[in-house]
Structure formats: structure tokens, C-alpha cells
Design a protein around this ligand. Structure first.
Ligand code: UTP
Length: 418
């Protein structure tokens, strides 16, 4: 793309300011900027007014979860089924580690964060050790796919390499990068992060499968016989990954996808809850839950929208293939975006200053025909780290890891301690 073409493209979206510093750039920087303009989809940028009206929900009704007593009664059957498919090489795990972790406020990838108290315990380490528990029982390695973004790819790969993958067999570890999207101010004007570079951010965790496909990794997984992918977030340090019981339950139920869920600890807890939307499985975000829905009761008198998702899903790959090219809704999220000030100096804002544009994995659920919400005990499986302090923070996760010792039978297990 040459300068004139770039200018024409920018004009059609009201983004001419992108070329403001063009004449100050070196030849290479100019070329890089023209390429970035060519590759950027400016059509997604919206102003605040439009952002407020996006993504209307359909008719919401309850979706019953498989709850702990039923799971307890069938756990041996589920476990045996799950272990069998793991041993047959049909299960892979996908770590979503492409996020920026802005709320945690570290410049490193979130997984590099040390949550230890008496010794170093990195988030990546905890997650890999959790997965190793299953590898040991199954006596079979589970392919681990790690999604990064252009912002943290090198650092993530290097860190895991330097730490010898925390004992994981590196033959079973594959990295892939997710796509990026432009970030804008509240009026939908794209920010510049450098004079020759548009501010971009990872485009959300919803593009994980299409990115896996883009890099040929999904095709390879399918050719290797992988039929199920357990997708999980980087920030829940207590979660069980490739959990045989969960896998067995989803397979036995014959669902396209399973979602680990926990009972909400408070009505205003910031987790999305499982539901049906226009008769199809869906997740309603905490800020979309009306008072009426929050107060609704099921036939047992329990809250009807009670089971919160913890970003741990098991997808059937053949069903993912059917939705791979579907366009998921775009979520407009207020975030802190590094940008240039009026003097062309780079600033890292202290508070949100604009919008990032994201597709979310939870919207994939609605595209699929059937979903099994599978309850897990939050004391054993939910310790999210979103913030440095306060709610869902390093501090709370440390406490939850310590408390978990009280509820698990393998209390001597060093893995649990931080
Ligand atoms: P969050 O929604 O917590 O976002 O991600 P984040 O970017 O990590 O953190 P904040 O909001 O900036 O503080 C939930 C999970 O989805 C992954 C994250 O790495 C985390 O595992 N994710 C998020 C991606 O892989 N890519 C993205 O573009 C966004």
C-alpha cells in the first residue's frame, strides 16, 4: 500500500491523524506504518454512543447445571471415561495467555507473575503443575497449546524455555499467536502508540480457535487425533485442567461443549452466568443481569442464574470446525491504552482512556447446540488473579491456595502451597 492509498483508506474511516508524523519517520518506519494501515480493520472502531448500544441479548431462560451431588455419585464412571480418552490422545489443553493483564499492572506476561510467599511460584508453573497431576495419573502427555499475542509472545516462549517448561515435555507444547485489533479513544479515533505505529491490543480470547487454525495448529491437532480441547485462562491458579471427571461428564452427556461453573458467592460477583438465550446455551455477563433475572428462582427455590463460568471449557473439535468462520460479536471494553500525548510523547495512563475491541470465548458457546454446565467446588478450583490487590487479586489467590489445603485430601502435596 502506498501513501496515497493509505490516506484514502484512513479518510474513509475518519482516521487521517494516523499519518500525522509520517514525515518524521525513517523509510523503514514509513513502510511499516503503511503495512500496518493496510492490515488494520478500522471498521470495528466505534464511538462511545454506539458502544453503549451494542450486543443486545435475546430471551433469557435458565439452563440447569450438573451439580456436585450428581457428579459425586457418578465420579468413578466419569473419571474412567475421561482417563480413557486422554490416554487415547483425544484431549488437548489450550492456555489462553494472550491477554495484556492490565489490571495486574505488570509489564511481563501474567503467567510470569510470582505468587509465592515462601518460595517462587509462577502462575505458569502452577498451571503446568496442575496439568501434570493428570498427566501422571493418565501416564500420557496431553498436548498443550499456548496462545500468546504479538505483545507477549517472545517473553512467554523464552520464560517457559528458561524454566524447562516446569517439567512439561516440550514435544507436547505448541505456541501460537492471536490476532490484534486497533485501540481507540472514546470517540473511536485510533490511538498511536508510537509516531509510526497504531496502538493495537490482542483482539480478545474469542479468536483462539481461528488463530489455531490460521497457524495450521488446529489441523495438526485434528490429524493427531485430538477430538476435545480444554480451553482455560491464565489467571485461575487453582483450576483443574484436562480434568478426567469433567471430560467424562461432557462426553457422557453428549454435549458439544462443557463449561466448568461455580455457585456465585454473592449476587454481585463479577462472573458471567450460564443460561439459555433464545433456547440456545449462552452466558450472560454480570453487568447484563437485570434485577428481575437476578431475583428469579428455579423449581427448587434456588436462584435460577446462579452458576458462574470460570473460563474453563471443553470443546468438541468437530463442532468448533462448524463455527470457525462465524463472526462473533465484538465487545467494546474500556481499558488503559498506551498512547502519544499532544506533544508526541508516549504516555502510560493510570486509568482507562479508551476502548479495546474484543471477541470473547463465551460467545462461542451460543453458537453451539448444547452445553453442559458442570459444577465445581469453588474452594478447590477457583482462585482468579485479575488485580494486584483487593478483589480477585494476588492476595486473595494466595489465601485461597492456602485454604484449599483444608479441603483437599492430598494436603501434603507441595503443589498446593505457595
Ligand atoms: P481477561 O478478560 O482477564 O483480560 O482475560 P486480560 O487482558 O488478561 O486482563 P486485563 O483485563 O487487561 O486486566 C481472561 C483470559 O483470556 C485471556 C487472558 O490471557 C486470560 O487468560 N485473553 C484475554 C487472551 O488470551 N487474549 C485476549 O485478547 C484477552
Amino acid at each position: 500500500m502506498n501513501y496515497q492509498e493509505a490516506l484514502a483508506k484512513l479518510k474513509s474511516y475518519g482516521q487521517e491523524h494516523v499519518l500525522m508524523y509520517y514525515n518524521e519517520l525513517t523509510k523503514e518506519q514509513q513502510e511499516a506504518l503503511l503495512t500496518q494501515i493496510d492490515e488494520t480493520d478500522f471498521s470495528i472502531l466505534v464511538s462511545g454512543r454506539e458502544a453503549a448500544t451494542e450486543n443486545k441479548k435475546g430471551v433469557i431462560t435458565p439452563l440447569t447445571a450438573m451439580q456436585l451431588p450428581e457428579i459425586e455419585a457418578k465420579k468413578e464412571e466419569f473419571r474412567a471415561c475421561g482417563l480413557q480418552v486422554i490416554r487415547e490422545g483425544k484431549v488437548g489443553a489450550v492456555l489462553l495467555a494472550g491477554g495484556m493483564g492490565t489490571r495486574l499492572g505488570s509489564d511481563d506476561p501474567k503467567g510470569m507473575y510470582d505468587i509465592g510467599i515462601t518460595k517462587k511460584v509462577y502462575i505458569f508453573q502452577r498451571l503446568i503443575e496442575n496439568l501434570m497431576d493428570v498427566v501422571r495419573v493418565a501416564e500420557s502427555w496431553i498436548p498443550l497449546y499456548i496462545m500468546t499475542s504479538e505483545k507477549n509472545h517472545e517473553a512467554t516462549c523464552q520464560f517457559l524455555y528458561d524454566h524447562d517448561y516446569f517439567g512439561y515435555n516440550s514435544d507436547y507444547v505448541t505456541f501460537f499467536k492471536q490476532e490484534m485489533a486497533p485501540a481507540s479513544d472514546y470517540n473511536g479515533k485510533v490511538y498511536m502508540e508510537e509516531k509510526g505505529r497504531i496502538a493495537t491490543s490482542p483482539n480478545g480470547n474469542g479468536g483462539w480457535y481461528s488463530s489455531m487454525y490460521k497457524w495450521g495448529i488446529a489441523q495438526k491437532a485434528i490429524a493427531d487425533g485430538v477430538e476435545w480441547l480444554n480451553v482455560f485462562s491464565v489467571d485461575n491458579v487453582l483450576q483443574r485442567i484436562a480434568d478426567p471427571c469433567f471430560i467424562g461428564a461432557v462426553l457422557t452427556a453428549g454435549c458439544s461443549v462443557g463449561a466448568k461453573v461455580v455457585k456465585k458467592c454473592a449476587p454481585d460477583e463479577k462472573v458471567g452466568v450460564m443460561c439459555l438465550e433464545d433456547g440456545r446455551p449462552s452466558i450472560i455477563e454480570y453487568y447484563e443481569l437485570t434485577e428481575e433475572l437476578a431475583a428469579a428462582k428455579d423449581e427448587n427455590g434456588d436462584p435460577a442464574y446462579y452458576f458462574g463460568v470460570i473460563l474453563n471449557y471443553l470443546f468438541r473439535v468437530s463442532d468448533l470446525e462448524t463455527i470457525r468462520e462465524k463472526k462473533l460479536p465484538l465487545h467494546v471494553v474500556e481499558k488503559k491504552i498506551t498512547c502519544l500525548d499532544e506533544n508526541g510523547e508516549q504516555v502510560k495512563p493510570e486509568k482507562p482512556n479508551g476502548y479495546k475491541y474484543e471477541q470473547l470465548v463465551l460467545d462461542m458457546i451460543h453458537e453451539l447446540d448444547s452445553c453442559l454446565p458442570f459444577e465445581v467446588d469453588r474452594r478447590k478450583e477457583f482462585a482468579p488473579i485479575k488485580n494486584k490487590t483487593g478483589v480477585d487479586s494476588v492476595e486473595t489467590a494466595r489465601e485461597l491456595c492456602k485454604d484449599c489445603l483444608l479441603y483437599t485430601s492430598d494436603a501434603a502435596d507441595d503443589r498446593i502451597s505457595v
